[in-house]
Design a protein around this ligand. Structure first.
Ligand code: CA
Length: 237
């Protein structure tokens, strides 16, 4: 007999909230509702966790003393991270809501709010995510990237990537067999132009190789001298 799983059990939520009482209250309530919860009490930690962790949803307070919620949201979306974001705003200011939604937030809640309402919004966002059309897994040789779960594995071994490394690998996989110039990688993955400092890309490629190629055969990321990078099974492999 299969054990009955609570519908939300195992879903991971990141809360970024500097007000201790609200943070504790949300962590406890969502924990009791069956979610796995990480709580960041400042913007810097929140930003770091949001960019490096794998969450099903992020609850983001806008007003943080260091890195504010807007910056965190902007950074996430610029890195291609589409994790649903519910933001918490202290004022019911129309400009705040518009700004948040424009930056790519999925929903907002005005403080003070009832926990039941927050929980309902959280569940709606998670359901909406599940209803999105299933994107198929991207696969080259034994390397797999699941865009829906944001999971990467090679030869069945799970590989943890940073948000940036993930975006880079996704781009290379989606354009498999194409030589991608550094300038294109810069604009797609970093959302900016690195006309001179392409070293940033070389460093990121080296880190990605260390994770997905170094311990495996065949090597999939190929350097095309003077042109850029390409991901494919090498000829003759
Ligand atoms: Ca706050």
């Amino acid at each position: 007999m299969c054990p009955v799983r609570r519908p939300d059990s195992g879903m991971k939520i990141l809360i970024v909230e500097d007000e201790q009482k609200i943070g504790d209250y949300l962590r406890q309530g969502l924990g009791e509702a069956g979610f796995v919860v990480d709580l960041a009490r400042n913007g810097l930690d929140g930003h770091h966790l949001a960019m490096t962790g794998e969450y099903d949803l992020i609850i983001l307070d806008v007003m943080l003393p260091d890195v504010d919620g807007w910056k965190i949201l902007e950074g996430l979306r610029a890195a291609g991270n589409r994790t649903p974001v519910l933001f918490l705003t202290a004022r019911d200011a129309v400009e705040d809501r518009v700004r948040g939604l424009e930056l790519g937030a999925d929903d907002y809640l005005v403080k003070p709010f009832a926990f039941a309402e927050l929980l309902a919004r959280v569940r709606t966002l998670l359901r909406r995510r599940e209803r999105e059309p299933v994107e198929s897994v991207l696969r080259v040789a034994d390397l797999e990237l699941d865009p829906l779960k944001r999971r990467v594995s090679r030869a069945g071994r799970s590989i943890r990537l940073t948000a940036r490394e993930y975006a880079l690998l996704e781009l290379l996989l989606r354009r498999r067999g194409e030589v991608l110039p550094r300038s294109l990688i810069a604009s797609q993955v970093w959302d900016m132009n690195f006309d001179s400092d392409t070293n940033v890309i070389d460093v990121a490629i080296r880190r990605l190789r260390a994770k997905i190629d170094d311990d495996f055969e065949p090597k999939l990321i190929q350097t095309v001298r003077g042109m850029g990078y390409m991901l494919d099974v090498p000829d003759g492999a």
